[in-house]
Design a protein around this ligand. Structure first.
Ligand SMILES: Nc1ncnc2c1ncn2[C@@H]1O[C@H](COP(=O)(O)OP(=O)(O)OP(=O)(O)O)[C@@H](O)[C@H]1O
Ligand SMILES: [Mg+2]
Length: 366
């Protein structure tokens, strides 16, 4: 990167040195030559003629300068482009096999079978993770920060491949599946919502090119972002800024929920943000995802009790292994990692009236 910067700023330096030397020396030489001519040889040349020549010369520098600048710009762009092309030429680590399998009727049955994983060999991240997510059900993954929760979900759309064991969807190992089909089946609202620089509309159309305005509005309504969109002067055509910079964390997440609703994937994955949102914003997100969790096969990485309670089963990850699993009630009673997390983290934002500390959840029991 430093090399690139140096290359970029060095390109053209030499041109500028030469050009500015000429701009300064040029008129001097003309005056000198003119003066000598008048004195020694040809007295028909006047001082006026020479002044005109000098004036013309300086006017010529402008265009010549811009012409030379083209060359400098070209060199600078090439320095950048080489870098971009190097990046494009990089081979993807995840490759589709030559004859990928297809799933006719995706159901969203996800099985982790003794999965081991590391980013760097000396530091194992996941150790012997096994669980099954049945179609229509939902699993909440909880655990301390850095325990490997996001890593688990990254393995499903094959952002990385497992080192040992396997991840399969509807009975087919993900490594044998058609990649685009696999990724189409899965909708992820990630911890760090990614929006690209464009309008809200562009960001929504990205998942479904042919979505109509009605569909988009419906999705925004369900994702609880409709009022916000309508409050904007330009509505759906509001620019979100680079990486969604002009929106708050909660607004970004709700737009990405609207995206998921448009995409309507078989499996819904929600990696809940750890960063604190205010409770109004959290409630809006909760309201938006609750119906999705109920209607779709989902995996939720949860930090808030209300999200955890929406799931059918809870898996507690600690140091890359499954430490405990069960329902909220069972886990609180067991008095292990979950109970500790529950007391220190989960119930911070919930109203105490909702929860009876023996583990019976009054408001959410159906
Ligand atoms: N791309 C990567 N390269 C190397 N190490 C990574 C990478 N991504 C994550 N890690 C490491 O893997 C471990 C697990 O990370 P992961 O993101 O799965 O944690 P998490 O349980 O989702 O945490 P949080 O609750 O804070 O989101 C961490 O120690 C992290 O430093
Ligand atoms: Mg995470």
């Amino acid at each position: 990167m430093i090399g690139l910067n140096i290359k970029q700023s060095m390109a053209g330096r030499w041109f500028f040195v030469v050009i500015s030397t000429f701009t300064n020396i040029g008129p001097m030489l003309l005056y000198l030559a003119g003066g000598l001519l008048i004195m020694k040889y040809d007295s028909t040349i006047t001082v006026g003629d020479i002044s005109v020549m000098v004036a013309l010369l300086t006017r010529m520098y402008g265009p010549v300068n811009s012409l030379l600048n083209v060359q400098v710009d070209w060199m600078r762009s090439m320095a950048l482009f080489t870098r971009i092309f190097e990046y494009l030429d990089m081979k993807s680590e995840i490759e589709e096999i030559s004859q990928p399998k297809h799933i006719d009727k995706p159901e969203g049955n996800i099985v982790f079978d003794h999965v081991n994983f590391h980013y760097e060999p000396e530091r194992p991240i996941l150790k012997d993770i096994s669980f099954e997510l049945k179609p229509g059900k939902s699993i909440a993954i909880v655990g301390p920060s850095g325990s490997g929760k996001s890593t688990i979900i990254n393995l499903i759309p094959r952002l990385y491949d497992v080192i040992g064991g396997s991840v399969s969807v509807d009975g087919v190992d993900v490594r044998e599946l058609c990649l685009s089909e696999l990724r189409n089946m899965i909708g992820i609202v990630s911890q760090e919502t990614y929006l690209f620089n464009g309008t809200i509309r562009d960001n929504l159309l990205y998942v479904k090119e042919d979505a109509t305005d009605e569909e988009m509005i419906e999705a925004c309504r369900k994702a609880n972002i409709y009022d916000f969109v309508m409050d904007q002067e330009k509505g759906l055509d509001t620019m979100v800024g680079n990486r969604g910079l002009k929106l708050s964390g909660g607004e970004k997440q709700r737009i990405s929920i609207a995206r998921i609703l448009l995409k309507d994937p078989t499996v819904f994955i929600f990696d809940e943000a750890t960063s604190a949102l205010d409770s109004i914003s959290e409630n809006k997100i909760q309201e938006a995802i609750d119906p999705i969790i109920r209607s779709k096969t989902s995996i939720l990485i949860a930090h808030r009790l209300s999200t955890i309670l929406a799931a059918d089963e809870i898996i507690v990850i600690k140091d890359g292994t499954i430490a405990e699993r069960g329902t909220h009630k069972e886990l609180v009673r067991a008095g292990g990692v979950y109970q500790e997390l529950y007391e220190t983290q989960f119930n911070k934002n919930e109203t105490p009236a909702d929860i009876d500390l023996t583990g019976a959840v009054i408001a959410h029991e159906e």
